[in-house]
Design a protein around this ligand. Sequence first.
Ligand SMILES: Cc1cc2nc3c(=O)[nH]c(=O)nc-3n(C[C@H](O)[C@H](O)[C@H](O)COP(=O)(O)OP(=O)(O)OC[C@H]3O[C@@H](n4cnc5c(N)ncnc54)[C@H](O)[C@@H]3O)c2cc1C
Length: 480
Amino acid sequence: MIEPAARHPAGAPDPRAGSYDVVIVGAGPAGLFAALELARGRGLKIAIIDGGDRVEQRKCALRAHAGRCAGCNPCNTLYGVGGAGAFSAGTVNLRPDVGGDLHELVGDWDEAMKLIEYVDRTLVEFGAPDNVREPDMELVSKLSALAARVNARIIPVRQRVMGTEGAAGVVDSMVRRLEGSGVVIMDRTWALEVNREQNGLFKVKTSRGVLHARALLLSPGRGGSAWLLDQLRKLGAAVTFGPVDIGVRVEVPYHVMRPLTDAVHDPKIVIYTSKYDDKVRTFCTNPRGFVIKEVYMDGTVGVNGETYLKRKSENTNFAFLVTLRLKDPMENAVEYGRSIARLATKLGGGKPLIQRLYDLERGQRSTWDRIRRSNISPTLKDVTPGDISLALPHRIVEDLLEGLKRLDELAPGVASPQTLIYAPEIKYYSVRPVVDKSMMTTVPGLFVAGDGAGLSRGFNVAAATGVLAARGILHYLDST
Ligand SMILES: Cc1cc2nc3c(=O)[nH]c(=O)nc-3n(C[C@H](O)[C@H](O)[C@H](O)COP(=O)(O)OP(=O)(O)OC[C@H]3O[C@@H](n4cnc5c(N)ncnc54)[C@H](O)[C@@H]3O)c2cc1C
């Protein structure tokens, strides 16, 4: 992995580098919610650092998507103030077991639910639109009966839909509130290295100066999980590895997914395959949305999806992911995922791969000519038609093909030969530091939160772990 600093060389020294009570690395949902909680009236000196741009600069990512911005930073999707969530589909799952397993982290369902409601109220306080989609329980129960026949499960979930534009507005107002209460936000500032000094203070070496802190929260998101692992190992924190999700993004005509998206806006379907008994699931469904390209700091590419409140496509896309857990001797599933991403990136010449399902099933590569024969016009054009089975392990391809066939029973047409498949879509949240209920690692004063620490897989739980970490930090500072 290329360190952030190598791609983003040192900037001008920032005079605000100095001593703080709390330093937060990463201004995604986890970091921002932690900062808001910490800033509630204690007079603490708080700094948040983020390697990416501020929201105003990142907004060009929205225009780039429409093809009107040639020169903007492709890293904007994942990196920058607001985090990966700032330009996400903005669907906030109002359940603790979707987007992570918050109930397991706090050890109680009701407590976890209260925390999700608290996150949701905070979003509304900062301008999230009054747009909660209730699951249609009549449709859900009909689908559940169908799903049971193909050994699939549908999870009904209430969702607040902010849309990409709405999410950016919420982040904007959070940043204004934080700066208004004296929190220092250092954008374009990469944390390079973290150490603990003999006096007990944490020393954070950044691309724009050195910061010291009594307590440190690391919330660098999926894009920073490899960096996080290095730091945790150096600081002596105990780390375990969780599973990794590897798969593709599927794009179909909007009407094909309607049986599912009419029941639940972003339906969560879980399938166990008959051949390998592997878990395959839908994730981040974007009705009438767009497929987008992700660029990681190490230069690898991947795909994701977005929905806008106003701009609509004719298609629906969703992630289709296989969950794999590795053991003995290779436990580091992040590294496994990265090696697949590197291979896929090479095969695609630096772009994600696209393939018609027809071609994938027949073992032939797609070409633009073959893609054009599909009745679906791809919403992401910056891709290379190719053969996904050369990039993803055979077991994963088999799981995905079987899963699509089963999903087709619930949404006929999903496994049509014309369906478009983009790869790779990999979720790097398998680094899992050992934490207590306040998100403190085995190193006193060192806290973690969000996707990078494997504690969440979505906006809702990332934000909730940020709140938990902030409460833990307040307790820690009071007791030291
Ligand atoms: C396109 C897209 C669509 C999505 N749609 C949804 C959705 O609809 N609903 C949902 O629930 N979830 C969605 N997600 C997932 C959701 O956005 C994440 O779960 C959430 O953002 C994780 O929050 P986080 O704070 O843990 O990390 P992130 O949001 O990834 O934020 C981490 C921040 O840390 C910074 N950083 C990393 N390393 C360093 C370093 N060394 N120094 C300084 N800064 C660093 C990064 O720049 C980044 O801003 C989507 C994600 C993407 C990419």
